[in-house]
Design a protein around this ligand. Structure first.
Ligand code: ZN
Length: 203
């Protein structure tokens, strides 16, 4: 059973037609489960953006088009946003996906091992989290210390995503991204501010 309202056959036929005649409008109005990969990507980018907003980092642009997406921070970076906050922000993206995998500790160890041995060059959110965590350590090859940082950040990201006003902001940004595909930073902050004051979660 899904929580989505049922769609009549007539409406379904209309949407199928719209998919061919006006793909942009189709993406805006089709039910989320008809566009699972796109909706997942919108939630992912929205979560990065909302956590940045909650930590008080200005955003220039958020986009989500096809398989490409990303959040561009404002060039004037906030001094109060720590590397740990950045790791929380990175992990919030993957955790916000409906089927977002909560990476097991053994998998984290594998990726950390790959990064430490320069075997992994793919710039994923996991890899970037590990690289940032490394930068925080006196001994940047201490795998246990890196693991401790990323797991603490993951726990913080899960806490944030379970905070109702944060999740409401993520849904708001993701819905707009679905329609617009790219949002200017001011628009993102405006949507977020309806739920979460700018910088309110900077602890
Ligand atoms: Zn991401």
């Amino acid at each position: 059973m899904s929580d989505e309202p049922e769609i009549s056959e007539e409406h379904a036929a209309f949407l199928r037609d719209l998919e061919k005649t006006d793909p942009k409008l189709y993406r805006a109005v089709a039910p989320n489960e008809w566009l699972p990969a796109f909706w997942e990507a919108c939630l992912h980018e929205a979560a990065h953006a909302v956590v940045m907003h909650a930590y008080g980092e200005r955003i220039d642009r958020v986009r989500c088009k096809g398989h490409e997406g990303g959040v561009t921070p404002h060039s004037a970076r906030s001094a109060s946003v720590t590397p740990f906050h950045v790791v929380v922000c990175l992990l919030a993206g993957v955790l916000a996906e409906p089927d977002g995998e909560v990476l097991a500790v053994a998998n984290w160890r594998d990726i950390i091992d790959d990064v430490l041995n320069a075997r992994r060059i793919e710039q994923t959110d996991y890899v970037n989290s590990i690289i940032i965590a490394r930068g925080e350590l006196e001994d940047s090859n201490d795998a246990d210390a890196i693991l401790a940082i990323v797991l603490a950040a993951r726990a913080r990201a899960i806490d944030l995503l379970q905070t109702p006003q944060i999740w409401a902001a993520i849904l708001g940004v993701a819905q707009c991204l679905r329609i617009e595909e790219a949002l200017p930073g001011e628009r993102v902050h405006e949507i977020c501010a309806a739920h979460v004051p700018f910088g309110a979660f900077n602890d």
